[in-house]
Write a protein that binds this ligand. Structure first.
Ligand code: ADP
Length: 540
């Protein structure tokens, strides 16, 4: 027997309709790419998003067509998201920090028909435009006054383009499983892979993100997503904030410590979200200038591990540091660290021990750890294995890739290696391709890196597995020293000795001038492996 409840498809644009109707005057404030602070609200954004839909419809964009955006966090970009999705077209966010060849590859793979871009990225697009054969026109997210001279095909200023629509348009209703948005993973191995979100997965994810133990922002709060709309589905904030009626503050192109601080302070921001690098810049700026943020209540931090010292810095300011783990394939929330019972009353170092884990999943994410053969491993906080997940906002396949990515129980292998403790707290120990397999046992490269950066002379550290005739692989520690600082191999090894198992100690240390990073700021181990491909350990 089926239930007798209404068939109400979970469509992304219903979120903005709700925001416009119930929280219409709630502000959306942007540091515009052109410079000045711009203020609008959800009712206006809704009106203009309808014009975008109408205008795209007139240009012949139909259900399932891909429309790319290469843009900073601004009100125009937000309108574009909803305008594209409202007609069942697919909003493909492209990461402008990728190499131009990768951007071209991704746009061609997605077969984007229209590209919406900020003025910042016009020169990059001009260089690759002749390769972008599927693109029919470029819409530059600006007005007539700021429209640059460009060779881009059929280029038009966004404000002129939408001025041709009157907004008398109704958003479409269709199956909630229809594709809504697309985001390619950065492809640190092989080609980038397209994750294709559905309307349903995005709405489900927004509901999950809205819970108090998740992003936890409500109608009386103000959220500043430093995380870009193009990074892993904006961590869901483009949906969760309007669904709650949370005021949004969008930082545009300026993500340095001083600019982010200024917006946090002047707009009295309560909640913010971004990667550790951003918070490092903010904390440095605040410490140097002895600044305070009395309104700030929560900093969500993910993308890579949040260092303990950073968690402590926020906790000491009276701000909740919410360490989160996730990935593009998960829309992206996987787990968040909060002090739940029996840990609610912990303080000091004991609290930091919990807050430093990647946390536990909200309802809607299931996880397990397995060995290489797929056998489930115990949740004892010590055994580590491949982390696998399932849920309504987790990918089941990649776009135009003919490969099964789920195990026989429908779980997706995250590529991360983790432990899970009896209370459900997960701790990432490595990426599966980075873990060092020494004599049949696993060594966590992340644990070694975290330990090495604790040495006062070390700026950054990376560990890779290098072939060893006896042990198969052994760890090589690659170190970039802080400017003007000195430390020898023996100094660093002595510092590490006794803090980890003897057999985890690196076999050698290589000093380098710089460590390469991916477009999302993570250490690029593939490049390091290439760089050290001819390396052999002394005496082997
Ligand atoms: P990109 O490489 O494009 O940034 P993702 O954002 O999807 O792609 O990256 C997801 C990966 O980032 C995870 O699988 C994990 O390895 C890493 N990651 C994300 N959050 C954390 C965290 N809090 N701690 C450690 N690693 C993290």
């Amino acid at each position: 027997m089926l239930g007798l409840m209404q068939d109400w498809p979970l469509l992304c644009h219903r979120i903005l309709e709700h925001a416009a109707l119930i929280h219409g005057t709630q502000e959306v404030v942007t540091r515009s790419v052109e410079g000045p602070i711009h203020r609008t609200n959800y009712a206006e954004i809704h009106k203009r998003a309808l014009k975008i839909s109408q205008r795209l419809d007139r240009d012949g964009i139909r259900l399932g067509d891909r429309v790319a955006t290469i843009a900073w966090n601004t009100w125009r970009h937000l309108e574009a998201w909803y305008g594209i999705m409202g007609i069942g077209a697919i909003c493909h966010t492209v990461n402008p920090r990728l190499f131009p060849e990768q951007i071209a590859w991704i746009i061609n793979h997605a077969q984007d028909r229209v590209v919406m871009t900020d003025i910042t990225f016009v020169p990059i697009l001009e260089k690759i435009a002749d390769k972008l054969t599927s693109v029919e026109r470029y819409i530059v997210l600006t007005d007539k006054t700021h429209m640059p001279q460009t060779t881009l095909k059929n280029a038009v200023a966004y404000e002129d383009w939408i001025a041709e629509a009157d907004g008398h348009f109704r958003w479409k209703t269709f199956d909630e499983n229809t594709a809504a948005a697309m985001c390619y993973t950065s492809g640190t191995t092989g080609d980038p892979k397209g994750v294709l979100y559905s309307h349903r997965s995005n709405v489900m994810h927004a509901l999950m993100a809205n819970t108090g133990d998740s992003l936890g922002a409500c109608a009386s709060d103000t959220m500043l997503p430093v995380v870009p709309l193009f990074h892993a589905n904006s961590w869901g904030i483009a949906f969760s904030a309007p669904s709650m009626g949370t005021k949004l503050v969008l930082p545009g192109a300026k993500l340095d410590g001083a600019s982010v601080f200024e917006l946090l302070e002047t707009e009295k921001v309560t909640h913010t979200a971004g990667v550790p690098t951003v918070w490092l810049m903010l904390l440095n700026h605040m410490a140097t200038n002895k600044l305070k943020l009395p309104h700030l209540r929560m900093v969500v931090c993910g993308g890579s591990a949040m260092p303990r010292s950073m968690i402590k810095a926020f906790v000491d300011m009276g701000v909740t540091a919410r360490h989160a783990w996730g990935m593009t394939e998960m829309s992206p929330i996987g787990t968040l660290a909060t002090l739940k019972p029996p840990f609610s009353d912990l303080a000091g170092e004991e609290a930091l021990d919990i807050l430093q884990t990647q946390g536990y999943p909200p309802f809607g994410v299931q996880m397990k750890i397995t060995d290489d053969a797929g056998k489930e491993l115990p949740w004892d906080g010590k055994t580590f294995g491949r982390l696998k997940v399932s849920g309504p906002s987790v990918a089941k396949a990649y776009y135009r890739v003919d490969a099964d990515i789920l195990d026989e129980n429908g779980f997706f292998d995250t590529g991360d290696v983790a432990t899970i403790d009896p209370n459900g707290y997960m701790r990432i120990t490595d990426r599966s391709k980075d873990v060092i397999k020494s004599g049949g046992e696993w060594i966590s490269s992340i644990d070694l890196e975290n330990l090495a950066v604790g040495h006062p002379a070390v700026a950054e550290a990376a560990v890779i597995g290098v072939h060893h005739p006896k042990w198969d692989e052994r760890p090589l520690l690659i170190v970039q020293l802080k400017q003007g600082q000195n430390a020898t191999k023996d100094d660093i090894l002595k510092f590490m000795d006794g803090k980890i198992a003897k057999w985890w100690m690196p076999d050698d240390i290589a000093f380098v001038d710089g460590i390469p990073h991916t477009a999302t700021g993570k250490i690029l181990k593939t490049a390091l492996r290439e760089q050290f491909k001819a390396y052999t350990f002394p005496g082997t």
